[in-house]
Write a protein that binds this ligand. Sequence first.
Ligand SMILES: NC(=O)c1ccc[n+]([C@@H]2O[C@H](COP(=O)([O-])OP(=O)(O)OC[C@H]3O[C@@H](n4cnc5c(N)ncnc54)[C@H](OP(=O)(O)O)[C@@H]3O)[C@@H](O)[C@H]2O)c1
Length: 328
Amino acid sequence: MAAPILLTGVTGGLGAKILHDMLHIHKYPAANIIATSRSEDNRNRFESQGLQFRVADYARPETLHAAFEGVRDLLFMSSSERDTPTRNGEHSNVVKAAKAAGVKMVWYVSLALGGFGNHSKVGFMQAHYETEQMLKHSGLDFISLRAGSYADAFPLFLNWYPSSTAVLMPNIQPPVDEGKAAWTSRDEIGEGMATLLVKGLSSFPSIKPQTESNIILLSGPTAVSPSALLEAINRGLGTNVQMKYLDPEPWIEVQAAVDEGGKGAAWFEARLVWLQGLADGDAEVVDPALETLLGRRPEDGPTTVEELLKAAPNGLYYWHQNHVSPRK
Ligand SMILES: NC(=O)c1ccc[n+]([C@@H]2O[C@H](COP(=O)([O-])OP(=O)(O)OC[C@H]3O[C@@H](n4cnc5c(N)ncnc54)[C@H](OP(=O)(O)O)[C@@H]3O)[C@@H](O)[C@H]2O)c1
């Protein structure tokens, strides 16, 4: 049997789609895939599908050393940890364990803020840049798969809930609505990543990893403004939610006081940095790599948003990261 490929993140939305497509679209042998989770409780759900299972917790290096033994390819899903130094520490554990175990190839799932550059000031992007540097200095072969901003996460980006009658944005310069983003369907990112893992980069000669960080950028086909997403919400639900503006300080205060998800001022302060990045063009880069992997034009952000809402029972679409106590 060939050396196995190890997938982290398979209990989450993106990793589950990658695993699904590897098994059911590409018919990749289940016995050659090692599924992982931080929790031993997930063993049965993967072993019952004929997959191998190992516990891998980025915060516990001993689990990583055991999990990575004999692994050829490692799909390294970025941690859900929000604190940048803690996240960097966890990612450093992964890189060191992969190096020690002699992993042949690391596919790091990163985020496309800053396009192919490293200039985004958004807090959680800093751990992605740092991790690319760790991978480069480790001497491991690696690719950084910078994933486009999920169209599916529009409730997070707009701070929208099914009960919203308005979407509040801060008055900044340039205006938020001039910030276009190449929103990308999470399922299509997963589909593209599964195809790449199974077929290998050499099957796609037009996709050339860029910069010293070996970046492949997986984006939607066009960059659109936040109001294009809001229009898609209104089309999907038949509502007339409008975008309203407040100056940054009152915007933080008002949002933190009334947020349905219980997020506090610190969260909105960080979101202000993200919105400034959006306005400055952090998420605007469109690249053809995802179209090449899918063999068709990816969905644009508004189409994904409208379809998700039309499919949601009674229009009740939630995104777990909009809530302080994550909604599953
Ligand atoms: N592109 C975007 O717009 C965007 C938006 C939101 C998030 N993201 C990033 O993309 C990643 C995947 O997205 P998703 O939607 O699939 O997230 P998700 O549904 O929240 O799933 C996160 C997955 O990562 C695993 N994980 C998290 N922290 C870990 C740790 N410390 N050690 C080991 N495994 C860990 C979890 O495994 P267990 O719980 O089973 O251990 C889970 O399977 C997220 O982790 C986040 O970094 C990207």
